[in-house]
Design a protein around this ligand. Sequence first.
Ligand SMILES: [Zn+2]
Length: 111
Amino acid sequence: METKQKAKKIKILSEIRVEADVSAMCWGSQYRMSEDEWAKQLERAIKDFHDFLRDHRSQDLVTLDIVREYKNVCSVCKDTWEPDEIDGVILCAYCGAEIDEGEPNDNQTIT
Ligand SMILES: [Zn+2]
């Protein structure tokens, strides 16, 4: 008899990027200006930061953060977690593996 692997929902680290928040270097509040005005303020702040990189002037309010995005995927095919019911059986919508409805696995993270 063929033994098929059962699918579980697993959480994987799906994207890693560095984001820079230059908003603390902007004059005024983004909530008191239009989106276009705020975009121009941010562009000016980015230009200032680039100038800083050239001559190291005081721009120490700029923060850099590493952003990690996670998503739930099927443990068998690693595609997006999407249970589907066919003839009363819960299957992965992408690979068709039967879903193991054992203990919840929401906190399992595969990196
Ligand atoms: Zn799958």
